[in-house]
Design a protein around this ligand. Structure first.
Ligand code: CMP
Length: 153
């Protein structure tokens, strides 16, 4: 568990909150929930309804579709933002790889933060863009691997 001061220091370093005024950060830090999960715990499953965004405070999680791992995330990373923005079910499952502490933000808290500092929406979009680029580069790698397997057959 983080003390209120450590929590404030931590969320100030989280990329999506970087432009928030200290006064608002203090307010945000005080309303966020902190959750602890054991290792190999599924935080949520693909297809579930999602109402929170998570920030990894410590530990590591993997984002996966069944057995297929999409990415591993560590301290400072966010996940669960997609269902919050598009009100669709969770696009993937998230399971801890080790003991993990996370801070969570619900939809109302996120909207409040964006109204206070619209740059947060830009920061989330930047994080989403980065993920699409990483995904594109993985698709390219798989395509190359598939082509060389087909060429050998
Ligand atoms: P959400 O759809 O709410 O729940 C699953 C989360 O996994 C999703 O939000 C993103 O935060 C994350 N996620 C889904 N797909 C990827 C991906 N390809 N790369 C990184 N993170 C992802």
């Amino acid at each position: 568990m983080l003390s209120s001061f450590d929590r404030l220091l931590f969320i100030r370093r989280v990329s999506i909150f970087q432009e928030l005024r200290d006064e608002f950060l203090v307010k945000l830090a005080s309303v966020m929930d902190e959750l602890s999960f054991p290792s190999s715990h599924t935080i949520f499953e693909q297809g579930e309804e999602g109402r929170s965004l998570y920030i990894v405070v410590s530990g590591r999680v993997r984002v996966h579709l069944g057995d297929q791992e999409l990415v591993q995330l560590e301290q400072g990373s966010i996940f669960g933002e997609m269902a919050l923005f598009d009100a669709e079910p969770r696009s993937a499952s998230v399971t801890t790889l080790e003991k993990c502490d996370c801070l969570t933000l619900n939809q109302l808290q996120l909207i409040d933060a964006i109204e206070e500092t619209p740059e947060i929406a830009v920061n989330v979009t930047r994080a989403l863009s980065r993920r699409i680029r990483e995904l594109n580069s993985k698709v390219k790698t798989y395509e190359h691997q598939l082509n060389s397997i087909n060429a050998q057959a």
